[in-house]
Design a protein. Structure first.
Length: 276
């Protein structure tokens, strides 16, 4: 029987040289990798099987458009988080607009609102435009997107309504958010973060968005390697995921020390590009 106590850090470490354990180890690796891959929206599964690199872009104000222009390649898949930066770049840049994109949206506490979607801090117009030009997948954290109303917003007047910030979702985008092909729910208790040290005294303590996706994609790329019958795993580039506490957005419910330690020992094929 497969040892179900194995978690992703165990599986991503060096293989044991004990021949008696190697078959079980390989089975565990492939099972976890397939589970991670199948957690992604099918449209992103298809895109990953054709791409050569995953580029995860943090909401780091030090990332500018020129650095993205230098970084991006035609065989990339992009991963953007919550109310992602430089939305107009990903909509209008000739290369960026045609790259497959995975968007991760997380709920804001108990309000049932999602970063990056209505009512506040939203990128609805950009997301709607993105879907017209390239494969677009959406992951929401723990629950499906719920189409909240403006009166559910705890601070409804913090941001003005503009052409780029709207309170309703276009029908085409609503269809996408209800589509099993484009959308999946990703649990913060996914097996890829089974070893995550939560803070018992902090409500909703959980992995950060970036770290949760990092672990998921780290595992999923192993399955992609099998699908591509490749000797090399997909590359993963993490841009703007910094070691240093130089922003006010480091929520205390995330175990930043653990996350930084884990990313400091990133495996082969993972490039962490820090800013500052």
């Amino acid at each position: 029987m497969l040892n179900t106590s194995l978690n992703m850090p165990d599986l991503l470490s060096d293989k044991s040289t004990n021949n008696d354990n190697s078959a079980c180890f390989d089975l565990a690796i492939h099972s976890e990798a397939a589970n991670a891959f199948n957690s992604l929206p099918p449209i992103i599964q298809d895109a990953l099987a054709q791409q050569k690199r995953i580029v995860c872009i943090a909401n780091n104000p030090s990332i500018d458009r020129s650095s993205l222009e230098v970084l991006l390649q035609p065989t990339d898949m992009l991963v953007l988080f919550n109310d992602f930066i430089h939305a107009d770049f990903f909509v209008n840049h000739p290369l960026a607009r045609v790259l497959p994109k995975l968007l991760f949206f997380r709920q804001m506490g108990d309000s049932k609102l999602h970063f990056g979607l209505p009512p506040r801090s939203n990128k609805v117009a950009a997301i709607n435009e993105m879907a017209k030009h390239a494969p677009l997948g959406v992951l929401s954290s723990n629950v499906h997107y719920q189409f909240p109303l403006p009166d559910e917003d705890p601070s409804p007047y913090d941001d003005p309504v503009t052409a780029s910030r709207i309170l309703t979702i276009p029908e085409a985008l609503k269809y996408l958010l209800n589509s099993d092909e484009h959308c999946r729910v990703l649990s913060e208790q996914h097996p890829v973060v089974a070893d995550y040290p939560h803070f018992s005294d902090i409500h909703s303590s959980a992995p950060s968005s970036g770290f949760l996706l990092y672990r998921l994609l780290l595992a999923a790329r192993m399955h992609v390697q099998q699908l591509q019958d490749s000797a090399m795993p997909l590359q993963i580039v993490m841009i703007g995921f910094n070691d240093e506490d130089k922003t006010e957005h480091f929520w205390q419910g995330h175990n930043w020390k653990f996350e930084r330690q884990e990313m400091a020992k990133a495996p082969y094929g993972v490039d962490v590009i820090r800013q500052y």
